[in-house]
Design a protein. Structure first.
Length: 311
């Protein structure tokens, strides 16, 4: 579906060098923030106390969060699970205070606000479990990258596979750079958002690569730069409609989703914006610099031995 169509080809690759320089600078800045400041990991990764409570009626998460924040534990996660009456609270480790002591303080603060609250369980999450989660998350990220690269190498050609992975890693590192620079909390939900961005970005790259391959068949006398510019221009309408709709939904979660969904939606917002940028100015430009040609995508027909060729 196209609500509009751009009739004139936009010379994207004319400015590819400028945008690539900007991408390199952003990438280096993100890596520097990651190296110097590091990620502000959540309780799932660092360990802490998990307190599960239940209410006879729907819980007021904002009131619960305010009561727990008054205890000065720092980064505390409060969210419902299962039903609106069940609430789980994650507290970071603090000094020599035990999980039992933390849960007692939390329950006292909650009962001051609502005496009907009931303690269901208290569980200590050690740093070892957090380390395992971090390692498993890194492995998941690695497997996704390798899988995408294999898929693109089979569907297109290795140059496009390398270009797409460079663009996707560009998006991931910049998201992590933002979280390191502003010390936003990096939790399992944010990791899920990063993995979602990987799949989202590669989808946009595949659309553009498909159109490039199609243009190589149609535009036989055009240069590689002209073919790529024409392919990107032809997909602009789809890009605006698809990404615009997705971004509206993600912004809705960011604005109205509350603290539980805030960083998840924030990571998606950054990833979608840079995913559009990287698919055009990173993936296509890297493929161009790797020397992609018509012969890489459009294989010559096989000759029949001793058989006359059909017209």
């Amino acid at each position: 579906m196209e609500f509009f169509r751009i009739r004139r080809v936009i010379p994207f690759m004319r400015h590819a060098t400028l945008f690539n320089v900007a991408s390199v600078l952003m990438f280096v800045a993100a890596v520097a923030f990651l190296a110097v400041r590091g990620l502000h990991l959540s309780v799932e990764f660092t360990g802490g106390t998990v307190v599960e409570v239940a209410y006879p009626q729907s819980a007021e998460v904002s009131h619960i969060r305010a009561a727990v924040d008054s205890l000065d534990y720092g980064d505390v996660q409060v969210q419902t699970f299962g039903t609106s009456r069940d609430v789980i609270i994650r507290l970071p480790l603090r000094g020599n205070e035990t999980s039992a002591q933390q849960s007692e303080r939390v329950m006292k603060a909650l009962k001051d606000d609502n005496n009907s609250v009931e303690l269901r369980r208290v569980e200590f999450v050690g740093p070892q479990i957090g380390r395992e989660l971090a390692e498993n998350g890194a492995l998941a990220l690695l497997f996704v990258v390798v899988g995408i690269m294999i898929y693109l190498a089979i569907r297109f050609e290795w140059k496009f596979a390398v270009a797409a992975i460079v663009a996707n890693l560009h998006d991931v590192v910049i998201i992590l750079g933002f979280f390191a620079a502003f010390q936003w909390e990096f939790s399992l939900s944010v990791l899920a958002a990063v993995l979602a961005v990987l799949g989202y970005s590669v989808n946009e790259s595949v659309v553009i690569f498909d159109r490039i391959r199609e243009n190589f068949r149609k535009m036989r006398r055009a240069s590689t730069v002209e073919v790529i510019d024409s392919a990107i221009t032809a997909t602009i309408s789809r890009t605006i409609i698809t990404h615009g709709s997705t971004q509206i939904m993600v912004l809705s979660m960011l604005i109205f989703g509350g603290p539980t969904l805030y960083y998840f939606a924030l990571a998606l917002t950054i990833g979608i914006l840079f995913g559009i940028y990287s698919s055009v100015f990173v993936a296509a430009a890297v493929a161009l610099r790797l020397g992609v040609t018509r012969e890489d995508l459009v294989k010559p027909p096989k000759k029949n031995d001793g058989q006359p060729e059909l017209p």
